[in-house]
Design a binder for this molecule. Sequence first.
Ligand code: NAP
Ligand code: MG
Length: 504
Amino acid sequence: MASVSASLESATRGAKSSAALEFLKSAPKKLLINGKWVPSKSGKTFETLNPANEQVLALVAEGDKADVDEAVKYARKAFEDFKWANLSPHARARFLLKIADLIEQHADELAELETLDNGKPLFESANIDIPGAAETFRYYAGFVTKIYGETNPSDPSMFNYTLREPVGVCGQIIPWNFPLLMASWKIAPALACGNVVILKPAEQTPLTAIRLGELICEAGLPEGVVQIITGFGPGAGSSIAEHPDIDKVAFTGSTEVGKIILKASAGNLKRVSLELGGKSPNIIFPDADMPSAVFGSALGIFLNQGQVCCAGSRVFVQESVYDQFTDSLSQMASTLTLGNPLDPNTRMGPLVSKEQHDRVKGYLKAGKAEGAKAKIGGEPGKQEAGYFIQPTVFTGVNNQMKIAREEIFGPVASAIPFKDETDVVLQGNDTDYGLAAAVWTKDINRALTVARKLKAGTVWINTYGILDPMSPFGGYKQSGFGRELGKYAIDLYTQIKSVWCKIG
Ligand code: NAP
Ligand code: MG
């Protein structure tokens, strides 16, 4: 059981950014409503921990329904005043560029805060999360001036054109695995389209969203355009999903909660977009470039300790190379240094929370009980404190086992043998999910054929996990609906008005 840490110093051991420490000292952290930082109406707070040592980093305001109501009131006002939507697109774009610049200027601080709060290696926060967040704001800054309507081929006695207008007040609920990056995937396109937002970060990782809120204030956005409500799912999250005056809800997280959000949205028929879980097939044919396939597969399942919605958690390996490939993957896993994620040499940190640690330990047990063999790992880390799990490669897995069907969200690869192309397409698609997939082969015809047959929102060929703000991301089947990123996010955050004008 965690208690308030004796000193922030020990909770942040290894941190170098004085700005990050200053930020943590000024806790308890508040809610951002109408451009001001305010305590929750109930006065309640909750602890956010460093999962590498289980010590408290900060107390954070616990927003609930009353705070969401307040946030919606001001967000609605900001939207109806057209403070944001009616700014010239050039001016709105400059605000987004300014936010991107501020993220970059504070990159070291944000990377350390992310690593402290989430446990991911600094190597990843500094090279993936923070630059990715800045790039997302910059990408959507470019879109503000390019959101076009159309002139429609109407009868000559009429002039008919379409306008793409913002949806309104957008509730955005995000998970803990890529806290700042997920915040930017949500906020940047919404703002680009002229919406106002209420963001609820995950209770495990609120810190970088709060810091982003401060940077957004520093960028000078009109008040009421962005609210940040920290708190719990039942409470802050459910109040957003149910609120009668929120026009759209965008959610990333578990399929289970996605279904709750969808039901809750029915009250006022909110627009909904859902980016949910996955159990992505990563397919290795014998003619693949093996060193690349091993490296890419390791990245696909061990990045961020496997807490990635598009993780390549089902590794399908053709029978003739199954032993050789799983040996090499295990060998690569053995080289990943587990430890304090703030150490730049660490390649695997702890999982985000005790709950997640318990869940993943449960899956390790279930895998063994069903007869799978841990070729490497299969156990928690040996560290004195922190939620560590050893990188694990399970062999002897079949696609019906629990570890092949359920999203583990940990550093656990389930390696499943297959016979041929037909067999692997059938097995790969035999899942409730459809977020991502990968295929490794030097045969371009086979690669393109299999890519076409896989039921997934993203397919990688001879690579894994590449994401870019310009390319859409989202799921087939129970991995959700709607596409974030690219021009597709503009569809999520605009609605179309058809205007008719009689001529003559
Ligand atoms: P989760 O419960 O789905 O959390 C995602 C977000 O939804 C958080 O902000 C959470 O708030 C909020 N939330 C929870 N219950 C809610 C409700 N009834 N109404 C509105 N919002 C609600 O995910 P989790 O419990 O953190 O993780 C459980 C599993 O979900 C993981 O093991 C993994 O399998 C999956 N997951 C998937 C993704 C993904 O990217 N697709 C991300 C995270 C987790 P609080 O955190 O404050 O409770
Ligand atoms: Mg934390």
